[in-house]
Design a protein around this ligand. Structure first.
Ligand SMILES: [Zn+2]
Length: 322
């Protein structure tokens, strides 16, 4: 009995650790490829498996590098009330006002996206294929995280309101149950973003507003569900997994009126549009004539290390279970 409780706990924790869940991150990068113009598809389509698989590298890096965690979220409520005007949108001004340590403590996702966007733009200018693919995959991850409401709020796993587990529920359980069968991912085309800083802040502010709703609705719905209806036990490969029941998940999605689907669609659009913007700002290089097509020994080693760190280690820095 004790052993099975432990397994249930471990699997539940494992499930809650990741931003958007591995499933949704991979879908977002994958779908984003199809929004690109033909001049970019010549590179992204043949490498779509790479871009899909490596969508989760930044989460795996959280097991290897302690500074990684802060790049995935921002606790906007720490800076007062919406629209958090006391927080300057530019890094230097924000760091002068609040100190770099404070910014790191409460998360830096909107600024980190800018760093990754600049790096990707440089990679396009250098016509460096290995870098373009690696940075596109990773930029996609951070952009997707910025669309998750609970990545913009300090009550990120409902830990202050007795709603532990809501993080993985919103970003993993809901899409895993509904995305494939119910949701529409026909999104149209990537667009050029004139002001990426402003664009990313708009997305993060939308997330912050949605966080209150995501938390409140889960609480209201929980009051209507008995404990044995809210959760169900499922056997997966011989392991008993406790998870939010299908009926609770569907009821939550209905109450949210498609919020998770909307944020996922917006994430796909944003990822594709920022890839496109980096390429345009680099002067629209011909992607059939790139250099450095092989990943370096260091790149390959890093991919392996990330995988190993993820398989064997504890998460470094903040995770979503505390
Ligand atoms: Zn993440």
């Amino acid at each position: 009995m004790k052993k099975s409780i432990l397994i249930v706990l471990l699997v539940t924790l494992w499930h809650q650790c990741f931003c958007w869940g591995f499933y949704a991150h991979k879908r977002i990068n994958n779908y984003a490829v199809f929004l690109l113009p033909p001049e970019m598809l010549v590179l992204y389509k043949p490498y779509i498996d790479f871009i899909t698989t490596h969508a989760v590298d930044p989460d795996m890096r959280r097991y290897a590098v302690s500074a990684e965690g802060a790049r995935h979220y921002i606790d906007l409520d720490h800076y007062g009330e919406f629209p958090f005007q006391s927080l300057p949108r530019r890094w230097n001004e924000a760091a002068t006002k609040f100190s770099e340590d404070t910014l790191q403590t409460y998360g830096i996702v909107p600024w980190w996206i800018q760093v990754m966007l600049n790096r990707l733009t440089e990679a396009f200018k250098e016509k460096d294929q290995a870098k373009i693919l690696k940075l596109s995959s990773e930029l996609g991850h951070y952009v997707a995280d910025a669309h998750v409401p609970l990545h913009a709020n300090s009550n990120h796993n409902g830990q202050y309101t007795n709603q532990q587990g809501i993080h993985g529920f919103w970003e993993s359980r809901v899409p895993e149950l509904l995305a494939e069968k119910e949701w529409d991912f026909f999104i149209g085309k990537a667009e050029y973003i004139k002001d990426p800083t402003n664009f990313v802040w708009q997305r993060v502010l939308e997330s912050a507003v949605a966080a209150d709703t995501a938390l409140r609705f889960e609480k209201e719905l929980s009051a209507q569900f008995a404990g044995d209806q809210k959760f169900s036990f499922e056997n997966r490969n011989g392991i008993t997994v406790r998870q939010y029941s299908s009926s609770f998940t569907i009821a939550y999605d209905l109450k949210l009126k498609g919020m998770v689907e909307r944020r996922m669609r917006m994430a796909i659009f944003s990822v594709a549009s920022l890839w496109y913007t980096a390429w345009v700002n680099a002067g629209e290089p011909d992607l059939t004539k790139l250099l450095n097509k092989e990943f370096s020994v260091d790149d390959v080693r890093e991919f392996e290390n990330l995988n190993n760190a993820w398989k064997s280690a504890e998460i470094k820095g903040r995770n979503h279970d505390n």
